[in-house]
Design a binder for this molecule. Structure first.
Ligand SMILES: [Zn+2]
Length: 167
């Protein structure tokens, strides 16, 4: 945030810099989750003034939460956590997409101490295999007309197959 950024009140048209705006004391009563982009209160009419678009970093809500806390605003941990979850999800999805594009063979990704998830090349199908270190694995196959689940034992032998077909 630069101190020279110009803000404008959407209600009365007041223009000025951040230091001239009043702090929002009752922010929780006036701004709900999802619209936390208020920068301050208009010194002229008391309306909330939004953070200038160019001042909102491209990255994530988490960063915004950090900035807000620096300014003395209360951002509940729950919101921060949710924002981080969202950030991680977006990042992992992007990594998965890339991994599927560049890999020629399925790659095992650790999910838990004993459990791995197989990530298949993009050119392959979207089947998902979940592997346990000793107990066996499960394969979810998605076809045009339904789903098939293969269950294998620790030896790798398919012991059961279930199908659900769309009629
Ligand atoms: Zn105003």
């Amino acid at each position: 945030m630069t101190t020279s950024t110009q803000y404008q009140c959407g209600n009365c048209g007041w223009r000025g810099i951040e230091a001239e705006m009043h702090r929002i004391d009752d922010i929780h009563d006036r701004v709900s989750t999802g619209e936390l982009m208020a920068a301050g209160e208009c010194p002229s009419c008391g309306d909330l003034i939004s953070v200038a678009d160019e001042d909102v970093p491209d990255y994530t809500l988490q960063i915004v939460a950090k900035i807000m806390r620096k300014r003395g605003w209360l951002v509940t941990p729950a919101e921060t956590e949710a924002a981080e979850t969202g950030t991680l999800r977006v990042r992992i999805e992007a990594d998965l997409e890339r991994l599927r594009q560049v890999s020629q063979e399925p790659v095992l990704i650790r999910y838990g101490d004993q459990v791995q998830v197989e990530i298949r090349p993009k050119t392959d199908d979207d089947r998902v295999t979940v592997v346990h270190g000793s107990l066996g694995f499960v394969v979810a196959n998605y076809q045009d007309d339904g789903v098939a689940i293969d269950v294998a034992d620790g030896e790798g032998d398919i012991v059961q197959t279930m199908t659900a077909t769309e009629f």
